[in-house]
Ligand binder design. Structure first.
Ligand SMILES: Nc1ncnc2c1ncn2[C@@H]1O[C@H](COP(=O)(O)OP(=O)(O)O)[C@@H](O)[C@H]1O
Ligand SMILES: [Mg+2]
Length: 262
């Protein structure tokens, strides 16, 4: 996968719109959140989203941009509960013992955290004109919950429905990394594996991220070869982000973006 290059699907949407690609979505937050830019980083566990989100925010700040770093699960109350669930410290007790909450329960928790996160942090920052860089967003919900549901893609309508009011990002980076590379990075990190950090699941998640454009139709998705070194990945991210900030990749930039090799 490391040699793969894929240009993004063009987007003509105004920044920070709610559910823009899906008809009849509520747009209550759009006016409030219209002035900043909302950038999301996605990928399997060990893809490098946390590393790159930090670097991107640092680089934007060095250029005088008001950049804010945030992540999902958020630091808020529901996000804290999700982090406990990921660490296997929130379980369902049944006759067979204890097990993690089911995929639909987790989907609801992630969606609740997301709306709280948008309301509490993301929308106000965008309204203040900031660039918000978010380590994971609703593409994670679509990929992880569908890959952990026995219904597979049958889970997607439910996940979409509960995220219908989630503000749309201006730019979604997908760091594509072979599962074996990501597994090596996670092992080097040394932390105990979280709920989703199983190699068999990670391979399915990677296939889910490979079709990100189908999962978030209308969002501006940019795939980046995340198997490269940190500096090389970062250079791609910064270039694409600055393009969006300058407007060079904005309305009218879709054709150029389609032909650009990343
Ligand atoms: N491009 C890269 N090349 C080599 N190592 C990387 C790269 N990106 C991240 N890492 C390392 O891999 C580990 C996982 O990165 P991290 O950013 O935490 O991934 P994620 O947040 O996607 O799980 C970290 O130890 C990080 O330093
Ligand atoms: Mg991370």
């Amino acid at each position: 996968m490391s040699g793969r290059r894929r240009a993004s699907r063009p987007s003509r949407r105004a920044p920070g719109r709610v559910g823009a690609s899906r008809a009849a979505r509520p747009r209550a937050a759009s006016a409030q959140a219209a002035s900043g830019r909302f950038v999301v980083l996605e990928g399997i566990d060990g893809a490098g989203t946390t590393t790159q989100a930090r670097r991107l925010v640092d680089a934007l700040r060095e250029r005088g941009v008001d950049a804010r770093l945030t992540a999902e699960p958020s630091a808020g109350p529901v996000g804290s509960l999700i982090r406990l669930a990921l660490a296997r410290r929130v379980v369902v007790a049944d006759a067979a013992g204890s097990r993690p909450p089911g995929w639909a329960t987790l989907a609801l928790l992630f969606a609740a955290d997301r709306l709280d996160h948008v309301e509490q942090e993301i929308a106000p920052a965008l309204a203040a004109g900031a660039v918000v860089v978010c380590d994971r967003y609703d593409l994670s919900s679509l990929v992880y919950q569908s890959c952990t549901s026995p219904e597979g893609d049958g889970a997607l309508p439910f996940v979409r429905a509960v995220n219908a009011r989630a503000l749309r990002p201006d730019l979604v980076f997908v760091l594509d990394v072979p599962p074996a590379v990501a597994a090596g990075r996670r092992a080097a990190r040394g932390a105990p594996p979280e709920l989703f950090e199983r190699d068999s699941l990670q391979a399915r998640l990677a296939r889910g991220y490979a079709r990100a454009e189908e999962l978030v139709p209308g969002d501006r998705v940019v795939h980046v070869d995340g198997a490269q070194g940190v500096d090389e990945v970062f250079a791609r991210l910064l270039e694409a982000t600055l393009g969006v900030l300058s407007g060079a990749d904005g309305p009218g930039g879709g054709a150029a973006r389609r032909s650009r090799r990343r």
